[in-house]
Unconditional design. Sequence first.
Length: 299
Amino acid sequence: MWGNSKELGSTFGHWWVDDEGAWNFWGLDRPNDPESRGLTERAFRRLALHRLGMVQVSLRPATALVEFDLNRVDDTALQATVDFCATAACPNGVELRFFHQAWNIERHSSAAAARRITEVRSFRGVALANAATTLEQPLSARVAVGSPLRPALRLADGRASKLTLRECAESIPRLMIYRPNDRLGGGHWDTVHAGRQSACARVYGQDWVREARGRPYRVEEPGRHYSFSVMKAYAGVFDTGEPRLDHIRAIMRRPGKDPLWVPYQRLLFRAAAENGEPLLCCLSDITQDIAIPFMRASA
């Protein structure tokens, strides 16, 4: 079954858009999460995306998922996808996933997704110099009402080094907590706690959460460049007790999987354990709402 975007109507399921702009129906029951697909499915997906330059579009009743490799995608396939997004009726918008050095995931309205695809296609073949960018924010910076940073930010702002983990109980499931590793020397940290709802859990999964507790932070895991970039602020916050709010966009490596561009807001603060030991707390919220432009003409 195949056709063009104008003929699709309300035909839900998974489609591959090819170099003639044709929409090739691929099925109804394939999982949207690439990591949960079978080996044969993943192999075909890699061939279609990264070698043949096709676009995968998964249509659901109220939303659509659009995936492509920016440096490999065929222009005709991409334009057919832009035309679809510009006229699609998706009340819950479009989840846009495109690969450029790593997978980037964004959510937009249908019309905004069409404009965004048109915008990023001008970056084809352009290597991005900054694979990890950190922008410090004032503690008074706007944080979304539903952000998990809000409760901890209210506690940390003005309390400095007087905060205890008991007071942060609401945030514990989302926290990464570290202590300095005296055996390995300066700049090394042990993971005291890995929250099951933390940003790291979203990137690496629950098996990683269980394994991470009680071991040294592995700089190679997300990549040395990422680790050294985001960890620069750790010692200062731990030593002074002054909290710090950052916006970060960086490539995180994932063993055995494709890397991800991860945009997030991060709050670093110090808190005392039950025995009085000072610990470094890291609370992150993966969100598009950061002050770091990404693949934009004005960037």
